[in-house]
Design a binder for this molecule. Structure first.
Ligand SMILES: *[C@@H]1O[C@H](CO)[C@@H](O)[C@H](O)[C@H]1NC(C)=O
Ligand SMILES: *[C@@H]1O[C@H](CO)[C@@H](O)[C@H](O)[C@H]1NC(C)=O
Length: 386
């Protein structure tokens, strides 16, 4: 009976310590943003982006969840055709850690020449990723999040620069593809990943020898989703004509770990989970260039078959939850913890008083040591609660 009481007491203390340390972590998160400085947005305060960047509160935001049962086949969506993507080794490309992602600048003779209403010029490509334990793509498919995502950003050739195009409807076209874990090393990705350590710190840049940028995209460029959306980072301009490829890109487990663990943001934090949660469609339609599968899931026509293209356990149709999804989850976890904690604390308190009373009635001399021990633990507990 006594050891049972001590056990509960210890368990209660552990919970208090756990809750207290979580609160401390939350405070650190709050303290991290260095004031409302415009360039200092981060991924801990995505719900506050629209207070400094009003477009982030718009009705055509990205990313989105693609619900494959409510997409519309559009036969006019031709295969994406690229031009100039094979950059020669004589050219060097600048790779930079901007504190939010790692960006590769692209020459403007890389073009999308088919598959969109206009010709688009490449400007840069960058990545979104998670951590070893959780995936980090921005778009999701039927609620499924992939380990990572590549965005190749282009601007309409009708404009002289990306800065002119960035806020105009249809001014930008982003080619997006999901990164998954595969068995083999991806040699094209290694051309970039081998340089990440040289840009580990925010603001660092390095030169990368030219290579075939096409190899960073999936083999099949004819199967994709299309919708009108926005930049997924502030200032969230609603200027992007999105193409999300259906075929995914496999990286080896080691390569995924390099992407997830190498890049640092300010204050020496490892930059992970640099993705925005899915935004509401608000009546927008998602088009596909490929037909609905006949008789269930269709096999991929050659090339690497994604290992984990599974339907998410929460099922399709959750795009309307949008950005609130994550918060709801956190809240209910908090409530659960509070309840568990409350019950445990109650039981612990009762057990403690029963224990103390029992001890008082026993031989004081032999129990003195144990008792002071227990009282000391309670003092520590109260400290943690305060
Ligand atoms: C995006 O591209 C599609 C063609 O694929 C076109 O119908 C649509 O108008 C474009 N959206 C904008 C805003 O340019
Ligand atoms: C690709 O398309 C198939 C068939 O619609 C679908 O089951 C699968 O989830 C899609 N995967 C991605 C990454 O879009």
């Amino acid at each position: 009976m006594e050891s049972w009481g001590i056990f509960l007491l210890l368990l209660g203390s552990c919970f208090i310590a756990q809750v207290a340390s979580n609160e401390k972590k939350d405070e650190e998160h709050q303290a991290h943003p260095r004031g409302p400085g415009r360039s200092h947005w981060n991924y801990q305060d995505t719900h506050e982006w629209d207070s400094s960047f009003p477009h982030c509160g718009g009705s055509e935001q990205s990313p989105i969840n693609v619900n494959t049962s409510s997409v519309t086949f559009d036969a006019s969506l031709r295969p994406i055709r690229l031009s100039g993507y094979n950059v020669t080794p004589e050219e060097t490309l600048k790779l930079k850690n901007n504190g939010h992602t790692v960006v590769l600048d692209l020459p403007d003779n890389l073009l999308i020449i088919e598959g969109l209403a206009q010709t688009y010029r490449a400007a840069q490509l960058h990545f979104h990723w998670g951590s070893e334990s959780s995936p980090g793509s921005e778009h999701t498919v039927n609620g499924h999040r992939f380990p990572g995502e590549i965005h190749v950003v282009h601007y309409s050739a009708e404009y002289d620069s990306i800065w002119e195009a960035v806020s105009r409807p249809g001014g930008l076209a982003v080619l997006a593809a999901f990164i998954e874990e595969g068995a083999d090393e991806n040699p094209t990705y290694e051309r970039l990943l081998s340089h990440l350590r040289s840009v580990a710190e925010e603001g660092q840049t390095t030169n990368v020898t030219g290579f075939d940028i096409r190899g960073l995209l999936p083999r099949r460029l004819d199967r994709y989703y299309r919708y009108n959306g926005s930049l997924t980072t502030p200032p969230c301009f609603q200027s992007v004509n999105w193409t999300i490829f259906n075929q995914t890109i496999p990286l080896s487990p080691r390569q995924l770990a390099v992407l997830e663990d190498t890049i640092h943001t300010d204050h020496d934090h490892v930059l992970q989970m640099n993705f925005r949660l899915p935004q509401s469609l608000n009546g927008r339609h998602v088009l596909t260039s490929f037909g609905a599968p006949v008789g269930g899931r269709r096999a991929f026509g050659g090339g690497p078959v994604p290992a984990v293209v599974t339907d998410s356990p929460d099922g399709p149709g959750n795009e309307e939850k949008g950005a609130q999804g994550g918060e709801e989850y956190t809240l209910s976890t908090g409530d659960m913890l509070a309840i568990i904690f409350g019950v445990l604390f109650g039981v612990t308190a009762v057990a403690f008083f029963v224990y103390v009373r029992k001890n008082r009635t026993k031989n004081q001399r032999t129990k003195a040591e144990n008792k002071s021990n227990v009282i000391y633990k309670v003092a520590t507990t109260e400290e943690n609660l305060a």
